[in-house]
Design a protein around this ligand. Structure first.
Ligand SMILES: Cc1cc2nc3c(=O)[nH]c(=O)nc-3n(C[C@H](O)[C@H](O)[C@H](O)COP(=O)(O)OP(=O)(O)OC[C@H]3O[C@@H](n4cnc5c(N)ncnc54)[C@H](O)[C@@H]3O)c2cc1C
Length: 406
């Protein structure tokens, strides 16, 4: 069997693994984490994501994990509402919908399907060296040993090691957007304020934002956003940065800072885009998902693009008969057709609305109030048809709605 290596068992990696294994490839996925990574907020099953999951026959398994949500509300420090948008807004096409599940549940559904299709996972390992030759790619793994593959796919996220080894350093492609974001799961205690199905968003001047969203029963998914272009990689140093950024902030900031310290899935990263002017492939190595075109959480489209990208790459490999005759020219042709299908979509998703950063993390009290006013105004009866028209312009959300989600 023709053997493919996928680096990264995230959304893009395991989706592609399922498609390839079902097409008759032998597939190995190498994942740095010791087990499937959990954590992350909700992802949306509307539009493109649904189509890919239907295609994979996984829509029912994914839908079984839908989170019960009533809407999103922008609040003051005492919890009172500045504005809200229920899930019913825009006929169910608003910022938050009933068709959302946690990223970790989607990852688990895809992972189970990959295992069922015969994909082999190497957890707690990564690649150290790639030697790309005419007949295959020789890969050296961190755990030792070399193996030859017909092709290698880097699906290892925005800080892709595959990209770093084969295409050049991250500094060449990373465009920081000036914000950082911590996310983790908070286990509710007897005195934890209930969300009652609402995702709550609180902002303080100086670009400090807090969100609490419904998670699994008894849990809340927390987000903390602040201004930063770089963050440390070490967890203790990250927690210290977070303490500094949210010192003296109101609403539930102190509670969240304490919960971050004990959360098993705590993560902190910058909001970046990855922009590669060169091709996403070189020889028998190709990048997909955030590794190739990270649009940042501000786009609200990262997961949809990861799913669609994996589907398009599998289509292209199938159409060029790469599995049966994995000649270099066919691999190159398949990668080219994959890129021409995905490049326009990724580029469009990277175009953020002017003022977008200020919307997510406003600088002033005036901007916070203006944001709430805009959210109320968008739902005014007279404007709803216009917003719905804009929303139909890109994916399932229009620029305004998709981008306001993150
Ligand atoms: C745990 C987690 C939580 C997230 N939460 C959110 C969120 O709340 N909001 C949001 O907008 N986006 C979130 N994201 C990012 C979101 O999943 C992606 O933007 C989108 O789904 C694109 O998926 P991807 O498969 O390209 O990348 P990812 O989903 O990031 O997956 C990349 C995978 O590669 C693995 N990996 C990284 N480096 C290596 C290496 N050297 N060797 C092998 N494997 C490696 C990672 O551990 C990960 O499993 C999260 C990502 C992760 C991993």
């Amino acid at each position: 069997m023709t053997h493919a290596l996928i680096v990264g068992a995230g959304i893009a990696g395991d989706t592609l693994a399922v498609f390839l294994a079902r097409d008759g490839w032998q597939v190995t996925v190498v994942e740095l984490a010791p087990s499937l990574r959990t954590g992350g907020q909700t992802v949306d099953l509307r539009g493109d994501s649904r189509e890919v999951l239907v295609d994979l026959g996984l829509i029912d398994s994914a839908s079984a994990h839908l989170i019960s949500q009533r809407g999103i509300a922008w609040i003051r420090a005492d919890g009172s509402r500045l504005a809200e948008m229920p899930v019913e807004a825009f006929d169910g096409q608003g910022l938050i919908s009933k068709e959302e599940l946690l990223r970790s549940d989607l990852a688990a559904v895809l992972h189970r399907a990959a295992k069922d299709a015969g994909v082999k996972h190497r957890f707690g390992d990564t690649i150290e060296e790639i030697v790309d030759g005419a007949d295959g790619v020789d890969v050296r793994f961190r755990s030792g040993g070399r193996q030859r593959f017909a092709l290698v796919v880097g699906a290892d996220g925005a800080h892709s090691r595959t990209r770093g080894i084969h295409f050049g350093p991250e500094s060449r492609y990373r465009k920081p957007l000036g914000l950082a974001h911590a996310w983790f799961t908070l286990r509710e205690q007897a005195d934890t304020p209930a969300l009652d199905g609402w995702a709550l968003s609180y902002n303080e001047p100086g670009r400090r934002g807090l969100t609490a969203r419904p998670g699994h029963p008894g849990h809340q998914e927390i987000g903390m956003t602040f201004a930063a272009e770089d963050v440390p990689r070490d967890r203790e140093a990250q927690l210290a940065v977070l303490d500094d950024a949210f010192a003296g902030v109101g609403w539930r900031a102190d509670e969240f800072l304490a919960a971050a310290r004990i959360a098993p899935d705590f993560a902190l990263d910058t909001y970046d885009q990855i922009r590669m002017d060169q091709a996403w492939s070189k020889g028998r190595v190709v990048l997909i998902g955030d590794a190739a075109w990270c649009t940042s959480p501000l786009s609200g489209l990262g997961t949809a693009l990861a799913l669609v990208g994996a589907s398009r790459l599998a289509d292209s490999l199938r159409r060029h008969d790469v599995r049966d005759i994995p000649a270099a020219a066919r691999v190159a042709a398949a990668f080219e057709s994959f890129e021409s299908a995905m490049r326009p979509r990724a580029t469009a998703a990277q175009k953020l609305l002017p003022g977008r950063i200020g919307m997510v993390a406003p600088k002033t009290t005036f901007a916070i109030r203006l944001n709430a006013f805009v959210m109320r105004a968008l739902q005014a009866r007279v404007l709803v048809p216009l917003v719905a028209l804009l929303a139909s312009g890109r994916g399932h959300h229009g620029p305004a709605l998709a981008e306001a989600r993150a």
